[in-house]
Design a protein around this ligand. Structure first.
Ligand code: NDP
Length: 403
């Protein structure tokens, strides 16, 4: 397994392709295809300048399955790394099955007309991937991705069972813009405007979006307000850790972000139902995304750190009673930009996409069917995080979280 085809040419793809090129022993042949070829060419040029490695580029609409099948076969890809948008997950999985390639992504499938982040569409492909002798690895970004691996590492090395889990995602970076999103604006806004949902006593508990929050002191960022949200790894984490009493996801937002988002929501700009404008059907959120700053343009101006991690409480492996551990990574926007030309939100997603791909290409992780990160051995992935720019730390806390 040594020829990879990366789909999508945004910030996440840019980081992933740079990191693959920096590891040419694992990724000797890299192909990059997206809707806009000039964006692929710009990434390839930067990769050439920074690493000396060549990346072949192509134009593709990933929703056109026959065109995808042709491209996978033409380049001889064994692994397709989907870094386009969640809408393209199923057509790319279909193309992989037909062309005989393994599959990896960083975000679960979402229908365009419904902001529903659920794994069942992709889990339904399990038998087909199994019969074809192929592997699909879902959610190899940071969250989902690293947060899932962090949790399973704690369960392997520190805790026999997990009673409560809190995932805390803080982007302490300042990009100098009044309002911008750090990854694809359409996907980001669909995510944060959806109702919050957390797992408690075997059921989902739903609360209105952005209503429940808590201050939290993040190392190398400071105290920020973290908001309860739904995030897709809660679904896989609760499936693979059925003993959990409660699992929650928190993300920080500044007052300016909340103020702008509230106004945009109130005036209908975040809607995903089509409206007619000058005789043409448009989707308000897509129009908004088109006028917002492009996430990949924020790299140069973003200063500060991200701090993302998991706090898990449960029965200690060594039989010493209930223990609480906090495992996290702190990533500098400036250092991420210096290394790859992209800010830390793209970096913290693109690096795990490279590492997940490396796990598959080297055979460290293997299987036939559709898998989540939770099902794999966390150790080799955790080693690569330390070696490839996302070092992590783990600390024992005095007790469970009190929020
Ligand atoms: P961008 O919007 O910057 O990039 C998406 C890329 O996909 C663009 O180059 C776009 O093309 C391309 N694309 C869109 N539709 C198609 C299509 N039909 N065919 C081919 N290419 C297409 O997004 P990001 O780089 O910020 O994010 C990439 C992915 O990573 C998203 O799925 C996002 O949800 C996920 N993500 C995951 C995170 C995690 O931690 N797990 C965190 C952050 C993001 P064009 O340039 O023409 O628009």
């Amino acid at each position: 397994m040594s020829t990879v085809l990366v789909i999508g040419a945004g910030g996440v793809s840019s980081v992933c392709v740079h990191k693959m090129a920096m590891n040419s022993g694992i990724f000797p042949e890299i192909h990059l295809a997206s809707r806009t070829k000039s964006k692929c060419d710009a990434i390839a040029e930067s990769v050439k300048t920074r690493t000396g490695q060549s990346v072949a580029t192509y134009e593709i609409d990933a929703e056109e399955v026959p065109a995808m099948v042709n491209l996978i076969k033409k380049v001889g890809a064994n692994l397709v790394v989907n870094l386009a948008l969640p809408y393209q997950d199923l057509p790319i999985m279909d193309a992989c099955l037909e062309a005989g390639a393994h599959y990896l992504d960083t975000a679960n499938y979402e229908p365009k007309d419904e902001a529903k982040f659920e794994y069942h569409w992709q889990w339904a492909y399990h038998d087909r991937f199994k019969e074809a002798g192929l592997m699909a690895l879902l959610g190899s970004g940071f969250d989902p991705g690293v947060t899932s691996v962090f949790t399973m590492w704690l369960k392997k090395h520190k805790l026999k069972t997990i009673r409560t889990l809190d995932i805390l995602d803080c982007n302490g970076g300042d990009h100098g813009q009044a309002f911008a999103t750090n990854f694809n604006p359409e996907i980001n806004i669909r995510e944060v405007t959806a109702p919050a949902r957390h797992w408690e006593n075997g059921a989902w508990v739903e609360t209105p979006a952005m209503q429940v929050s808590t201050p939290f002191d993040f190392e190398k960022v400071g105290t920020r307000q973290a908001y309860l949200m739904y995030h897709e790894e809660l679904e896989s984490l609760s499936k693979f850790n059925p003993e959990m009493e409660r699992a929650r996801f928190w993300m920080t937002f500044g007052d300016e972000y909340i103020k702008h988002l509230t106004v945009l929501q109130n005036v209908g700009m975040t809607g995903i139902d089509p409206i007619t404008y000058q005789g043409k059907k448009i989707i308000p959120l897509q129009f908004l995304a088109a006028v917002l700053p492009k996430p990949e343009s924020l790299g140069e101006t973003t200063k500060g750190n991200t701090n993302i991690g998991c706090i898990a409480t449960g029965e200690a492996l060594d039989g010493s009673g209930e223990k609480t551990f906090y495992i996290n990574n702190i990533c500098s926007h400036e250092a991420a930009y210096e290394e790859t030309g992209n800010q830390a939100v793209s970096y913290t997603t693109g690096v795990p996409a490279m590492i997940g791909s490396a796990m598959m290409v080297t055979g460290e992780w293997s299987g036939e069917g559709v898998f989540n990160m939770e099902e794999m051995d966390p150790d080799p992935f955790m080693e690569m995080l330390n070696a490839h720019g996302l070092p992590w730390q783990v600390a024992e806390l005095d007790g469970p979280v009190d929020f």
